[in-house]
Ligand binder design. Structure first.
Ligand code: DQA
Length: 144
């Protein structure tokens, strides 16, 4: 079965209690279940991880590049300023879909810049947790 990594950056472990008006009431565990179940439906083996640590997230992107594993990535706040993360993603050897729960372009100005978008395969934002489901479907359809 094809492996897919679903990687999440800082503060996403606090979904459910974090700004529910922006990110909804579902928890990170709910998100992990949604991703694994969507994967099962699509014939993908999905592993979901979250970290608040930039170095750890960069090391997971390296791991995905070395193993040619497709990635669904919500870089969270790192989206807007982490050149280290961008440089890691530039080494990718399989599709990588940037996802966001909210629509950063409809929010504060600093969220309008993504330093990772140009090295991702594509971006899905603004559909709540469905953004992850759509990204997994895109990866399944690409069949790489
Ligand atoms: C986010 C949007 C980012 O601007 C923010 O820093 C996050 C979450 C989203 O999923 O909507 O932490 O990536």
């Amino acid at each position: 079965m094809r492996q897919v990594l679903v990687l999440n950056g800082p503060n996403l472990g606090r979904l459910g209690s974090r700004e529910p008006d922006v990110y909804g009431a579902q928890t990170f565990d709910d998100l992990a279940v949604l991703c694994r179940e969507t994967g099962r439906e699509l014939g993908l083996s999905v592993e979901v991880r979250q970290t608040d640590d930039e170095a750890e997230l960069v090391s997971w992107i390296h791991e995905a590049a070395d193993s040619r594993t497709p990635v669904v990535l919500n870089p969270a706040a790192f989206t807007h300023y982490s050149y280290a993360l961008r440089d890691a993603i530039a080494q990718r050897t399989a599709p990588l879909v940037e996802v966001h729960i909210s629509n950063p372009n409809a929010r504060e100005e600093f969220r309008h810049t993504s330093v990772v978008a140009a090295v991702a395969t594509g971006t899905i934002a603004g559909f709540g947790m469905r953004s992850y489901e759509l990204a997994l479907r895109a990866i399944a359809d690409m069949g790489e």
